[in-house]
Design a protein around this ligand. Structure first.
Ligand SMILES: *Cc1c(COP(=O)(O)O)cnc(C)c1O
Length: 454
């Protein structure tokens, strides 16, 4: 399999090069040249363990890693999970729940970032290269990325978070990792400042090349690939259980990364009838799915902060397909969006999608209802999904993706049901020593910190 850019001006590259490139050098997003069809392999797939299925699906997209090495990478990546099913399914009175938070940082990003960390290590092995990962985080991405690469040879990671503006637990999950290759930087500023510094540092091509900077945000193709797996895993398991032909899946959405993997799984032949996109008050994506217009609004703080996003970086990948893979048409749309903050692409939105949004009151109400009906505690991101799922109930079985352990967001849970959600991993953080540098939000200051620690 070769990889191309949505903007159409890089020559086709192999998987490992695509992973190292992150964002395409022409400013586009990387995609496979074609999407493999697995419709006639579903019976075989439905009998595999999570790791076996992962290997079979990844193999279709990776031609430059030998089978035995890919298998070892997959096994190593999911050995850090605390449940034998990796992403276990359970049933409540209204839907199935796919628990995706059994990795080391208790959020679904571990499913992709444990793999990406091992993949980087594999690619760098035996080369004289080294990689310096640079990331900005408002919470979950930073800790999952740090836990994906901690202690690894030839890799350093620098994570910027806004000083005192991530939750205390999320801060602890990052700053208590004391491995020599991990650098936490709290900046005196906002998440947007952190993101701007990273963007401008990457845009300085000389600096980027000289210092071998790499990215781990959800534009990296390997993250999307790892996420395709659980759409097959969950849809096949529930079809078997319910004796059904297809399922609906609700996905709490921020950057359009998770649900874009679901879109690809559908194209590959996973038995999925509808993908229900769920947002919080930051509803640019649900408005797009309902109206066809993608229009910017201000970011509002919500109970589900990992979805407080307006410009969804992975959306360009979907638009590319909606433009029938016409890079010129896509580029015109992206430019129009940059200038006006609003676009209405021609062509129908894929009928696979449905959408809805939940506000703070909806989120708290559904946490309460599910707790009363089933004794099960939803995290606020998952709750957004379950609320929206209820508006899309049909006779088709519904799976809701549970993206975080409720103990990661104890305040939201507490405000809904008056119970303090806890997890032993998080309880243990309290007493651990931490390390973090606090710096001013200026490119110059951050870049000189980087160069003196590379
Ligand atoms: C990142 C995150 C999301 C959003 O995922 P996207 O891929 O950005 O759509 C949802 N829930 C939690 C808990 C997250 O950490």
């Amino acid at each position: 399999m070769k990889y191309i850019s949505t903007r159409g001006t890089i020559k086709p590259i192999d998987f490992c090069d695509a992973v190292m490139m992150g964002l395409a050098t022409d400013g586009g997003l990387i995609l496979p040249e074609s999407i493999p069809d697995c419709k006639d392999r579903l019976a075989e797939f439905s009998c595999l363990s999570y790791q076996e299925l992962c290997f079979e699906i990844m193999k279709l997209y990776i031609s430059d890693i030998p089978d035995d090495e890919l298998k070892a990478l997959v096994d190593k990546s999911y050995a850090t999970f605390d449940h034998p099913d990796i992403a276990p399914l359970l049933k409540t009175s209204s839907c199935y729940i796919l628990e995706m938070f059994h990795g080391p940082t208790l959020a679904f990003k571990d499913l992709a970032l444990q793999f990406l960390g091992n993949l980087f290590e594999h690619i760098l092995q035996g080369s004289d290269k080294q990689l310096n990962i640079l990331a900005a985080t408002s919470g979950d991405t930073g800790s999952a990325a740090i836990h994906g690469v901690r202690g690894k040879d030839k890799i350093k990671i620098f994570v910027l978070h806004p000083y005192k503006k991530v939750s205390p637990l999320q801060e602890k999950q990052m700053t208590t990792v004391l491995d020599d290759n991990v650098f936490n930087i709290a900046i005196n500023g906002t998440f947007d400042d952190a993101q701007r510094i990273i963007k401008e540092t990457f845009a300085d091509i000389d600096f980027k090349t000289k210092h071998h900077l790499g990215a781990v945000n959800s534009v990296n193709w390997a993250r999307v690939l790892a996420q395709i797996v659980y759409y097959f895993y969950a849809s096949l398991a529930v079809c078997k259980e319910e004796n059904a032909d297809a399922v609906n899946i609700t996905v709490p959405t921020g950057n359009f990364g998770n649900i874009f993997a679901g879109y690809l799984a559908c194209q590959m032949g996973a038995p999925i009838n509808k993908l229900v996109l769920a947002t919080n008050e930051n509803d640019i994506l649900s408005r797009f799915m309902q109206s066809g217009t993608y229009a910017l609004a201000d970011v509002q703080p919500s109970l589900s902060p990992s979805m407080d996003i307006q410009v969804a970086s992975n959306f360009e990948r979907y638009l590319y397909y909606q433009c029938n893979q016409d890079s010129e048409k896509l580029l015109a749309l992206m430019n129009e969006f940059k200038e006006t903050g609003s676009i209405t692409p021609s062509g129908d939105i894929d009928s696979i999608f449905a959408a809805g949004a939940a506000n703070a009151a909806d989120t708290k109400a559904i946490i309460k209802t599910v707790y009363e009906d089933d004794g099960y505690i939803l995290d606020p991101h998952t709750a957004v999904g379950v609320h929206v799922a209820q508006q899309h109930q049909t006779e088709v079985p519904m799976i809701c993706m549970a993206t975080a352990d409720p103990a990661k967001f104890p305040d939201a849970v507490n405000s809904a049901i008056g119970i303090e959600a806890r997890h032993p991993i998080l309880d243990a953080l309290k007493d651990l020593p931490s390390r973090c540098e606090t710096l001013d939000a200026e490119n110059q200051i951050i870049q000189s910190y980087l160069t003196s620690n590379l």
